[in-house]
Design a protein around this ligand. Structure first.
Ligand code: T46
Length: 138
């Protein structure tokens, strides 16, 4: 993708006549050790989530049910990714601003994270994010 810190992963389903199963293993199917899993559901109509970047955290977002859009911004370029498949994972490195929106009814967005929850890793102010990225590129 034409933006730094972003990659789409295609996962291999184990399908048979009972249906599909996807298994994800740290350092094998995803590029980090999975330290935390969380998911969002019952998202309110019109809600916008995220609106922050992370200083160190890496994550993979998987829309296991339903659909949503993700705006990604590396401080220079912005792209919008549609997530609507349980066999696709959106990798987001650190230093990328993200906003999730346009959740369809019943969407479950699951996130695999490279570390445990740490509020001090968040950059929640957009201008601070731009300054952080600029400092990192100097
Ligand atoms: C991200 C995007 C994709 C916890 O206590 N533990 C956790 O692991 C998480 C993720 C959140 N929380 C608490 C903190 C807040 O009181 O849950 C509440 C909602 O979290 P937040 O407003 O940060 O949720 P989102 O959807 O805006 O962002 C989340 C992740 O926080 C963030 O890392 O990249 O999803």
């Amino acid at each position: 993708m034409d933006i730094s810190g972003i990659k789409m992963y295609q996962f291999n389903p184990h399908g048979d006549d009972r249906g599909q199963l996807i298994a994800l293993e740290g350092m094998i199917s995803v590029p980090f050790d999975i330290k935390r899993v969380y998911y969002m559901y019952d998202t309110a109509f019109g809600a916008r989530r995220g609106r922050h970047a992370h200083k160190n955290l890496q994550q993979i977002l998987i829309c296991v049910s339903g659909s949503c859009k993700v705006l990604l911004d590396d401080g220079t370029k912005k792209i919008i990714v549609n997530l609507n498949r349980p066999d696709e994972g959106l990798y987001i490195a650190n230093n990328v601003w993200r906003e999730m929106y346009d959740f369809s009814s019943g969407t479950v967005l699951m996130v695999l994270a490279s570390d445990i929850y740490d509020e001090s890793d968040y950059i929640r102010d957009y201008n601070e994010f731009l300054a952080f990225v600029k400092r990192g590129n100097e």
